[in-house]
Design a binder for this molecule. Sequence first.
Ligand code: GDP
Ligand code: MN
Length: 381
Amino acid sequence: MNIHEYQAKEIFRKYGIPIPPGEVATTPEQAEAIARKFGGTVVVKAQVHAGGRGKAGGVKLARTPEEAKSVAAQILNLNIKGLPVQRILVTPAADIASEAYVGVIVDRASKRAVLMASPAGGIDIEEVAAKTPEKILRHSVDPRYGLQAFEAMQIAFFLYSEIKQVRAAAKILQQLYRAFSENGGSLAEINPLVTTPAGDVVALDAKMVIDDNELERRPDIAALRDESAEAPSEVDARNANLTFIKLDGNVGCIVNGAGLAMATMDLVKYYGGEPANFLDIGGSSNPEKVVAALRIITGDTNVKAILFNIFGGITRTDDVANGIVTAIRQNPLKVPLVIRLTGTNEEIAVKILSENGLSAMTDMDEAVKKAVALATGGKAA
Ligand code: GDP
Ligand code: MN
């Protein structure tokens, strides 16, 4: 789950990380009032679940409350990476002497949290990693002990040479690691971590991603979810208890079981197609889930063909067939549909489908080939 910068900042502040104050606004007038209250130059920042807001015009300095109002109006009109800006954060501007990057992520290879630090902050860390990897220090954290003070100091020396700043950064690194590990983070990041001309070390940006599996036992964190800032298809899928990830291709895939869903996507690619999504309707599917799945997939205008791939074990294929029929009655399809099903209650499923003018295949290869051919207009496969 993504959370907004202002929410991540609230969490980081609780751990003692130095962060300038800030308030959220939804209108230019509110932004003006907040700027007046803070006095001096402020930064107005789009609150969307996307990085690179600065480059997209979503982060702007304003010297007066009037300017804050006009800048806020501009930013509230923006669409950053497909996400409309509905909230802005207004915060007193800091003077910047240098910009660094610090972040913690879950590293699958080492199965640990890895702390990353770079004196080349402010810009895309991905770019730094690609062009000047020597400017990034990685430290894998032993979960039994957390980030120790001496380790934090070693990392901080990679960022700064001034001992006062090294000590301040080391403290921030330990605080960041705790914020990450105690709140179910899969990522916690400060970019930029700046030094001011006065020599202070301050976090000007904050990003946090929470592992969805942690939300069950952390209702306070789960409450931070902002559905209005999420892709509508992903909200719909989550509410229908479907595991759904949108991709860029044009073959919509509806599959039961994560393993079969992965295999289906592989096969789509093997036959020259591109999957439009990963979608697992789960083990014990019911017709409502199938209806929701079709609604979500057909909502994506990239989808040129839909492929059902159902292996009936606990999942009853007649349930799936009923779901397909119900969904199509509610909302006739505008793209071709290929159904492959086999297993539990297969004969009943085939009967239900044929009574409604639909047919099913049993061979997975054949079904995938057909769906890819339909989606590409016969150019692939
Ligand atoms: P991002 O582009 O989404 O990562 O948004 P950031 O919060 O990192 O802001 C982008 C850039 O705006 C930063 O790298 C800074 O250079 C600049 N910026 C952000 N806050 C301030 C501030 O308080 N003062 C100044 N002078 N620049 C800032
Ligand atoms: Mn940033």
